[in-house]
Design a protein around this ligand. Structure first.
Ligand code: CTP
Length: 394
């Protein structure tokens, strides 16, 4: 049975952004019920929303069709999440003080499921201690918040108050719905390519997109871990709630990861770390004079190998192996040589696996055997990897 999410929309110009979010949640197969405040209907219409959800949109508490059912109590009974997106200062104030003066606030008060609030308002309204106190009251009651972002607001002011990006909202919805099986764990994940400079304009890199590492970081966050993501340059958005440490070269990645390693419970090296770097980086742009350009490269430190050398008994170390031939032999060699607990191996030439796409097909090697994982999204594979790690820890 798909999860049921109640989305509450309040009177804010950001209400129009809830339309796209609801459409995307429906496409992701969530059962979405929507409750709007009277003011929200001044910005967008219930008809627009119900065309997406194919369900009645509730506004009026007393609009019960069946006298035997009290809708604001009934609708929340089997809900997995109640999210108010966007939440105005006025609604937040009412929620903090237990007001139940419309369908939205009454249903919110009657709901016992996990709750999430995404504020959107003018910067001064948001920063006003009255609003901040109300937010704090709700946080202390276990209600999750997706903080607004800085930017140009509808009123013309620039500041904090814009509704969070849809990607962050979706990630926090996923967070709210995921059991916290990794709560209390420190997890370090490396992702993306590294870049080795040749001169001020050129560098050596590889085709890694970082998508697998970012999917792992998001899954670990949703499962409740404290996540550090050491990432080479990618085009991906910084995931919500994650401690991102951007690096460029393999050497920078090494120097960032090694001091953090001892305090980690799980380390996953999914980055495509460059194996070689230029012995000398030219200060000025190299001009093309001769037919051949010789670069002298030296081997970078193998970070995974070094982590294997200092690994303690309680730590789980996971590496990746991307091969174009002899996948299992090469991967199992890496498992032993680098003193890892897990190697996630994939074949670069298999369709649906590898660097750039959103899917992967992998064989996962541990010291007790090999498990095959068929074509699936990198997001769902990330959860499978953590499931396997958690089973190893038991
Ligand atoms: N790795 C690392 N440091 C390096 C190179 C690789 O930590 N300098 C890690 C990668 O993050 C990955 C694993 O080692 O988890 C395997 O990387 P891969 O490139 O497949 O193998 P290599 O060890 O570099 O060996 P080869 O290139 O010869 O296959």
């Amino acid at each position: 049975m798909s999860k049921k999410i109640i989305i509450g929309i309040t009177g804010s110009i950001a209400a129009f952004k809830a339309v796209q979010l609801i459409s995307d949640l429906v496409k992701k197969n969530f059962r979405v019920e929507v409750i709007m405040s009277e003011s929200a209907t001044k910005f967008i219409t219930p008809v627009c929303i119900q065309s997406l959800t194919k369900r009645k949109v509730y506004v009026d508490t007393f609009d019960d069709e069946n006298p035997a059912i009290i809708t604001h109590v009934d609708i929340v009974k089997d809900a997995d999440l109640f999210a108010i997106i966007p939440a105005s200062a006025h609604t937040i104030a009412k929620l903090a003080h237990g007001f139940a003066d419309n369908m939205l606030t009454s249903a919110f008060l009657a709901a016992t499921c996990q709750k999430l609030v995404a504020p959107a308002m003018n910067v001064h309204m948001y920063e006003n201690p009255i609003t901040q106190n109300n937010i704090q009251t709700l946080k202390e009651l276990g209600i999750l918040f997706v903080e607004p972002i800085n930017g140009l607001l509808a009123c013309g002011d620039i500041g904090n108050g814009k509704l969070a990006d849809e990607e962050d909202l979706l990630e926090m919805i996923q967070y709210a719905l995921t059991p916290k099986k990794l709560k209390g764990k420190n997890i370090l994940i490396s992702a993306g390519p590294t870049q080795e400079s040749i001169d001020p304009v050129r560098y050596i890199t590889n085709h890694s997109s970082g998508k697998m590492g970012y999917a792992l970081a998001k899954a670990a966050f949703c499962l409740g871990a404290h996540v550090t993501l050491v990432s080479g340059p990618t085009h991906l958005k910084q995931p919500y709630g994650i401690d991102l440490k951007p690096i460029t070269s393999a050497s920078e990645m090494y120097h960032t990861i090694m001091p953090l390693a001892p305090s980690q419970d799980i380390i996953i090296m999914s980055a495509a770390v460059g194996d070689y770097a230029c012995v000398e980086i030219a200060d000025e742009k190299i001009k093309k004079n001769d037919d051949f350009l010789h670069l002298k490269l030296c081997k970078n430190k193998d970070i995974l190998f070094e982590l294997g050398q200092i690994k303690n008994d309680h730590q789980i170390l996971c590496g990746f192996a991307m091969e174009t031939e002899h996948l299992i032999e090469n991967a199992s060699e890496k498992l032993k040589k680098k003193n890892c607990d897990i190697i996630v191996a994939n074949h670069l030439k298999t369709e649906g696996a590898g660097f750039q796409g959103d899917t992967n097909i992998v064989s996962i090697l541990t010291h007790s055997g090999i498990k095959e994982f068929g074509l699936q999204s990198k997001d769902s594979l990330a959860y499978e990897i953590f499931e396997l790690i958690m089973n190893m820890e038991e």
